[in-house]
Design a binder for this molecule. Structure first.
Ligand code: ADP
Ligand code: MG
Length: 272
């Protein structure tokens, strides 16, 4: 058993891609829900000032008394900021717009990149806290201090890529940032996998993009692809994961499949 798997500690997976609109938040919500549905205990940490993961899980702005801003600033513990959701075993630490100012506010603090890592470690050390098996961190669409915190806290990165012509654009910059974080802040950081999102089987371009990405990234790409599915995009306006909104739709089924693939990779890592 390696140090990355101390007994009882959660696995921390960070959803990152500095491109907006590629499916980070949708994947955080629905992979989180799918993992919870198959028995894991999951915490989603919303690190995007937009708070789409928080809204999409039904936590209204008014209800966000304490947020990830307070946690990273140092005014609250992660445990204090956590909400339950409509999904059993799925909890959320919501964000607020205050996060926009955090980078400047803690710019001169020595531990500024480790605020999230330390908050998760403190949560794990709390006797009375829920024992999470997975923590999923939803990042903003940039490579700023929030994303760096998310990478410094993570065991591995999950990269959502949208099946569109420019899918690979910006990926080398993302991989360089992961490499920098690995050499400076978090030596055991790895890429867990790349998930292809919004796949449209009727669109030839989508198929070509999939072929190119698989050739370029090989087995880093999960077998499961998330299809473009209108139910997936409707669900957040009801404050629900798509698995609660329409379990039978192709999007829900794909996220369940992705969850079992993620768990399989985890088992392979543990055995290694
Ligand atoms: P990001 O967090 O990377 O900015 P989002 O997860 O918010 O991206 O997704 C961007 C938009 O695409 C949202 O409106 C979302 O509802 C929609 N979307 C994401 N995945 C799918 C999908 N599989 N099918 C249809 N719409 C999707
Ligand atoms: Mg998002």
């Amino acid at each position: 058993l390696s140090d990355a798997f101390p007994p009882g500690a959660p696995r921390v997976l960070t959803l990152a891609n500095q491109k907006g609109g590629v499916g980070k938040t949708t994947t955080a919500i629905n992979l989180g829900t799918a993992l919870a549905a198959i028995g894991e205990t999951v915490l989603i940490v919303d690190l995007d000032p937009q708070g789409n993961a928080s809204t999409g899980l039904g936590i209204d702005r008014k209800a966000r008394r304490l947020s990830t801003y307070d946690v990273l600033f140092g005014d609250a513990t992660l445990k204090e900021a956590i909400h339950e959701t409509a999904v059993p075993r799925l909890h959320l630490a919501p964000s607020t717009m205050d996060l926009l100012g955090l980078e400047l506010e803690i710019a001169s603090e020595k531990d500024r990149a480790y605020r999230l890592r330390d908050a998760i470690a403190a949560l794990h050390a709390t006797e009375t806290a829920t024992r999470y098996t997975y923590v999923l961190v939803d990042c903003p669409p940039s490579l700023n201090l929030l994303t760096i915190n998310a990478m410094a806290a993570a065991h591995a990165i999950v990269v959502p890529l949208q099946c569109e012509f420019f899918a690979l654009e910006g990926l080398s910059q993302l991989l360089r940032t992961v490499e920098q974080v690995r050499t400076t802040l978090n030596p055991t950081l790895s890429i867990h996998g790349v998930v292809l999102t919004m796949f449209d089987p009727r669109n030839n371009l989508s198929g070509q993009v999939v072929a190119d990405v698989r050739e370029f990234l090989g087995d880093k790409v999960y077998e499961t692809m998330i299809p473009r599915n209108v139910r997936v995009s409707e669900a957040p306006s009801y404050g629900k994961p798509v698995l609660l909104y329409d379990l039978k739709c192709t999007g829900s089924q794909a996220y369940l499949k992705l969850a079992s693939e993620v768990i399989q990779r985890e088992r392979a890592l543990r055995a290694a």
